[in-house]
Design a protein around this ligand. Structure first.
Ligand SMILES: Cc1ncc(COP(=O)(O)O)c(C=O)c1O
Length: 394
């Protein structure tokens, strides 16, 4: 049976009423027959049936034992860092999501947790950064926004040999394309806000663990610290996940066409997309994923923030916004938006140059998406021609 069929039939029919859609249990507490005698739920921070249905669906989707749903992707990341103790070290991918970088440096540094950032496209860099204090390896693959690819299986072997946990942020690929736990990782995290939700209408986070004991530790931390996902958003996330495979297929087909179009455009310098044979780790992406996802980044020959700003404010279909993975195409300028908390030199060293633009290719028709990019390039070129002003050249 295909993954998509299994997913659809892992969403339970309500045993009490036969409702085909998972009911929203909008309640804070559950009546008990006697102290401690209940129907499996006592207080809704600890557990809620709608959230439990979501958690069980995502655990199956990622081939894990335990799913835990949080109020945001960052809350999910935060719960994993809380597994560590003062003095522990993390080895993390260098172009990590900006919010995770901010959490590590501006919150956890003062609690004595040190992070070493490496280019994880070469597994040897991860190996070389490990010290006796390293307890956690943190990768995203593809990364945000330069779409770098790390070899999950190779890094999982390094993690095991050095008794570290390997956590993979699988937000960009989604389990429809890539299952890191099957490739040897211990933990997967998601910003459910993105492809899993899929409609830009909620903020959510997920942790999925391979091992039930580790899952119980994360569940304990969630209950102790309180960052749960509410019942309505849990339901909304289930509803988004129902169409995950179909959406991801279309996002990927259009993104591939967009990447190929951009690669030929004279105003474009570099295109970052793992589906292009020119991508340095295209073969690894092919080996570990069923497809290459819906995010494409590119830089302009005129590598300035001004040129990028002119581009991102001139599109018609692509809306300028943070976030990604929804049905409507979005674009953003990481240097001024998602990655502005990363020091400039470090950002540039990680490949996020001043003109880099990230596209989240939506579910509009492929030719309309490309036509919007084509019109934008043409508009900016003609404005440059008419005014001859440096400020709007691309
Ligand atoms: C790769 C990645 N991980 C985690 C997050 C954080 O998720 P959230 O915004 O749901 O807290 C984001 C948000 O953009 C992201 O892109």
């Amino acid at each position: 049976m295909s993954n998509a069929t299994q997913l659809i039939h892992s969403i339970p029919v309500d045993p009490l009423t036969g409702a085909i859609s998972v009911p929203i249990y909008q309640t804070s507490t559950f009546v008990q027959e006697a102290p401690g005698v209940n129907k499996g739920y006592d207080y809704a921070r600890t557990g809620n049936p709608t959230r439990a249905a979501l958690e069980s669906i995502v655990a199956k989707l990622e081939n894990g034992s335990t799913g835990i749903a949080f109020g945001s992707g960052l809350a999910a990341i935060d719960a994993i860092v809380k597994l560590l103790e003062s003095g522990d070290e993390i080895v993390a991918v260098d172009d990590i999501y900006g919010g995770a970088f901010r959490l590590f440096t501006q919150v956890y540094k003062k609690f004595g947790i040190t992070v070493h950032y490496v280019d994880a496209t070469d597994a040897a860099n991860v190996f070389n950064a490990i010290t006796p204090k390293t307890k956690l390896i943190w990768i995203e693959t593809p990364t945000n926004p330069t779409l770098k690819i790390a070899d999950i299986e190779a890094i999982a072997k390094i993690a095991k040999a050095n008794r570290c946990l390997l956590c993979v942020d699988n937000t960009f690929a989604s389990p429809a394309l890539q299952q890191p736990l099957t490739l040897g990782a211990d933990i997967v995290v998601h910003s459910g806000t993105k492809y899993l939700g899929g409609h830009s209408d909620l903020v959510a986070g997920l942790v999925i663990t391979k091992d039930a004991e580790l899952g119980a530790k994360v569940k304990f931390l969630q209950n102790a610290c309180g960052a749960i996902l509410g019942p309505f958003d849990s339901w909304l996330l289930i509803r988004g996940i129902e169409t995950l495979h179909l959406r991801i297929r279309q996002h990927g087909a259009s993104a591939q066409a967009v990447a190929e179009y951009l690669e030929k455009h004279p105003a474009v310098d570099k295109v970052f997309y793992p589906g292009l044979p020119s991508h340095p780790n295209h073969d690894i992406a092919k080996k570990q994923s069923k497809g290459f996802g819906g995010i494409v980044s590119f830089t302009l020959k005129n590598d300035t923030e001004q040129a990028a700003t002119a581009f991102v404010t001139s599109t018609e279909l692509f809306h300028l916004a943070e976030s990604l993975g929804g049905i409507k195409s979005l674009l953003c300028h990481p240097a001024q938006m998602t990655h502005k908390t990363i020091p400039v030199a470090q950002r540039r060293a990680a490949g996020v140059s001043d003109s880099l633009i990230r596209l989240s290719v939506g579910l509009e028709e492929t030719e309309d998406i490309i036509a919007d990019l084509e019109k934008t390039f043409a508009k900016l070129q003609s404005a440059q021609h008419n005014t001859k002003k440096e400020t709007i050249t691309i």
